[in-house]
Unconditional design. Sequence first.
Length: 125
Amino acid sequence: MRNDEEHSGERAEPATVPAGDPETLTEAGELLRALAAPVRIAIVLQLRAGERCVHELVDALGVAQPLISQHLRVLKTAGVVRGRRNGREVVYRLVDDHLAHIVVDAVAHAEEGSEDENASTVNAP
């Protein structure tokens, strides 16, 4: 049973999903690969709240500046974030909110899975 069926108690109608052309699927895979690191996920969550410069991300995430810069470079190359110069600093922002929603949903899904595992461990004989 799918997760949404468990929550609603109803069986969903099968959706017709286009297969997507190979180029689009490759681009989607590259985008997901760019998001596939805990630090990059945390950066996206921070930027969801608004623009941040590198030192603000370092302070918020407790990660070394060179590592933050490296992850920002990956996200920038993938088109997830954009930077603009503000004096001596570069201020980063998300290119759009779609990716933030994907990340938020993934984190919520992971948290939900953790709660389910904890509940089954507590209820185990």
